[in-house]
Structures are given as C-alpha cells and as structure tokens.
Design a protein around this ligand. Structure first.
Ligand SMILES: C[S@@+](CC[C@H](N)C(=O)[O-])C[C@H]1O[C@@H](n2cnc3c(N)ncnc32)[C@H](O)[C@@H]1O
Length: 265
C-alpha cells in the first residue's frame, strides 16, 4: 500500500461544511479569545494533553518538528520546550489572525526556534522527508480532506519519523458520556458564544467532533496511509484521543510484513 492511495473509512456522523475559507474565517474571528477559552473550557487540561503528545514523539536530540494546524502555536511552543531541545519547530496554519497571535506569543517568550508559516495542511510547504516529527493539536477534524492531510504528513516525515495527533472524542462510559455530552453540546456552545461573541464557532466544535471519524476508523486511516506502530490512546476517559504512528524506516516491501491495524487502548 502506498501513501498516496488512501481511502476514507466510514464517517460516523453528518457531514459538515469544511470550506477552507469558512473554517479559516471562523478561527480568525475567535483568535483573540481562543487561548483563554481553551484553558477555561478544558479546565486547563489542554496543556497536559499537548505535553503528552510531544512526549509520545520520542524526539531525538536536535529534531526538526512540524506542527500542522498550529493556530496560536501552543503545541509548537510545547514541542520547542521539550527536554530533547528541538533544533527547529515550524507551525503551519491557514488562519492569518491565529498565526499573528502565535507570533506575538513567540516574541513575548523570546522563542527563536519556532517559525510560523501560512499554509494548508493538504499542501504542506515542506520538502519530502524533511522533518523528524509531525504534530497536530485539535486541527485534523477541521481539515476538509483528512486523507490528503495525512498523506502530506507522511510525505514530509523522514523515514523513522513520528506523528502525534490530538483530537477530541466522546467518552464511552455510559454515565460519564451523558454528563459530558450535556456539557459539550449544551453548556460549552452557550459559554463559548457568550465569551467569544461568535455565534457559530462553539456550536461547530461539538458538531465537528461528532462528524469526525471514530477513533478506530482514524487509526485505520493512519495505517492505510503507510504509518506503522499506530497506537490510539484514550486521554481523560476519551474526551481526547492521542494518535501516534511512525513512518517506516525501510521502504514498503523491504522490512517484511507490516501490522496494518492500530493498537487501541
Ligand atoms: C482548534 S484549532 C487548534 C490550534 C492549535 N493546534 C491548538 O492546539 O490549540 C484548529 C486550527 O486548525 C486550522 N486549520 C483547519 N484546517 C486547516 C487546513 N486545512 N490547513 C491549515 N490549517 C487548518 C485552523 O485555522 C485552526 O487554527
């Protein structure tokens, strides 16, 4: 199976309008409140989830890291602070206002190793096999063509390079699930609308999570794209999922048979 022959498995929910201009416009409109609302609505857990994603990369010393859908650069900054001391971190996003906020944060923190660039996850501005690790934090469900983005991430990774993707999920334990879905679908959109002054962004959040691939299906998509050792890890009872995979060191066919199923915890 080659990385450019990826098919999308079943979608569990209704399809959503993910027109890139609409999505970028929505994030630009909430950019100034985005970080504060993240902290508030996740009760501060978003920082821990990002650290867990970066730890899962097993970064070699002096790595080059690409953060796709970087937004205001929180995950790029987490990567750059990692004890392995990455040499360079590039954050890519198509929303100019989110990037402007990210650049201001980088200046304030004096972080010269992180660069931000405007670009599309489906056409990454990086040569093939040029980065040691790729991260995505809560961005993949917004991308219009999930398979194209995953294929791009595979292309830019060096052989042996690792991928870590964070995305929201829905807890499966029945009692917790009903409380969480009440919060996520009823409370969060109202609080988000009140504080962000944006009518649709925080209603789009639970809708886009329901419409995204199930954790098993997204894990399978990563395997189909060519990633190996794919692990799907449930964080905070399934409120968030962490997907980790590796680009094979050997080209397909050289290293024997590959395990093409994700390991799901
Ligand atoms: C929920 S924010 C996440 C930001 C950041 N990664 C974080 O952890 O907070 C999603 C980001 O994905 C970006 N995005 C969505 N689709 C994209 C695409 N096709 N190409 C580039 N950026 C995209 C949006 O502009 C937005 O900034």
């Amino acid at each position: 199976m080659t990385a450019d022959a990826v098919s999308v498995p079943d979608r569990p929910g209704p399809s959503l309008d993910k027109d890139p201009r609409r999505i970028a416009g929505m994030f630009d409109a909430i950019a100034h409140r985005y970080d504060r609302l993240n902290r508030l609505l996740s009760a501060g857990l978003d920082r821990r989830w990002r650290r867990q994603a970066v730890d899962a990369l097993d970064l070699p010393a002096g790595a080059c890291v690409l953060d796709v859908c970087t937004g205001t650069a929180d995950l790029a900054m987490t990567a750059s602070r990692h004890r392995s001391r990455p040499r360079a971190v590039l954050g890519v996003d198509f929303a100019a206002e989110m990037l402007a906020l990210g650049r201001a944060k980088l200046r304030a923190a004096g972080m010269g190793t992180v660069q931000l660039a405007q670009g599309d996850a489906c056409r990454l501005p990086c040569p093939a096999a040029s980065v040691d690790a790729v991260t995505v934090g809560f961005g993949i469900r917004n991308v219009a063509d999930t398979s194209a983005a995953v294929t791009e991430m595979f292309r830019v990774l060096k052989p042996g390079g690792r991928l870590a993707i964070l995305e929201f999920g829905e807890p499966s334990l029945p009692f917790l699930r009903s409380i969480y879905l009440w919060y996520f679908r009823r409370v969060l959109p109202r609080v988000g609308r009140l504080l962000s002054k944006h009518t649709e962004a925080y209603a789009y959040l639970p809708a886009s999570v329901s419409a995204f691939l199930t954790p098993d299906a997204f894990g399978a998509l990563l395997c189909t794209a060519g990633f190996v050792d794919v692990v799907v890890d449930r964080l905070t009872f399934g409120v968030v999922y962490l997907y980790v995979g590796q680009k094979p060191v050997e080209p397909e066919g050289v290293g024997g048979q590959r395990d093409v199923r994700p390991l799901i915890y």
